[in-house]
Design a protein around this ligand. Sequence first.
Ligand code: G3I
Length: 358
Amino acid sequence: MTVTKSASRGRRASLAVICVVAATACGGRGSPTAATPLPPSPPTTDTLRAAAQATGRRIGAAVQSRLLNEARYGGTVAREFNYLTAEYEMKWGAIEATRGASDFGPGDNIVSFARSYGMDVKGHALLWHQSVPAWVGGLSPSDLRAAVAAHIREVAGHYRGRVHAWDVVNEAVSDDGLGLRDTVFRQKLGDGYIAEAFRLAREADPGALLFYNDYGGEGSGAKSNRVYDLLRSLIADGVPIDGVGLQMHVSANGRPSDGSIASNMQRLASLGLIVHISEMDVKVNGVGGSIDQKLDAQKAAYKSIVAVCLAQPRCEAVTFWGVSDAHTWIAGDTPLLFDAQYAAKPAHAGVLDALRGR
Ligand code: G3I
């Protein structure tokens, strides 16, 4: 972290905001001192967090550090979830835009928010072919290898003991499933860059669970088979890997069948891996009919996919890729559980039903 005065000032300020958010989330129980964030209050019964707690699973959302400054955003997150993933601010490009000048401020704020509410954090993502600093592209193979090693050591080291898990490598399999994606890392470091990244992450934070994360391989098919083969060979080579994240960016009327997701999860679990649904959102634009029909189709999709996870003992967490439709990476759609005013949508009831086995 570039330790500047402002950072520590920022941290004190963010703690104060945490308390404001806490007041929102916990129904205004008076204002605590800035130094001691409010202890997490017991979640009210109709929240995802309360329902998930009863199943022993983690229920999460991808967040950005502005949740500390937006009471409705922070309040909804504090009330509903027990697992946070950094949507953007722990990515290489966000942390080290200038080589050697890493800024951990936003990521630290997400971690301190999570801590204030008794939540765990998943770091995302140590190595991904997108959101890479501009200065990386021009490096020689040997300099890139050194830069990757320094990056993983620095970031995983900085959050050592403070994150539950890391997405170590993200989206390294090609979309056609015929091989590994042709990224700058593969071009200059060879296929071995994946195993190397996991070894470096394990060394930097032996306590964090290490995940491979990808999309388009949630059910059956060529990409799903290629992801499975990659993971099986990493494990066979003794590479330290603990889990796999199935991103689950789907449409309410275009998604893998429950059966195909269940069998894929089972074969991944049979490799000894933990399975996470890591970035779920459900688009509705393609669904015909009225708004209510779209929202009902979305509710049904969320409910059944979460139920597939709950039926698989090794599926230990479900994370939604955002909170409110006001802030989603999917322009022009409403894929999330809360609307732009942070009101719970039918989809929220669908997930609650799944968590309660209804
Ligand atoms: O924070 C800056 C802001 O200061 C600046 O004013 C603004 C305009 O340039 O950009 C903001 O950064 C944006 C950031 O999201 C925060 O909103 C980046 O440009 C933008 O590229 C970044 O997009 C993220 C994208 O990954 C690329 O990192 C999305 O939020 C995030 O949802 C998306 O998530 C990915 C997963 O990591 C991997 N799987 C697919 C998923 C969707 O693409």
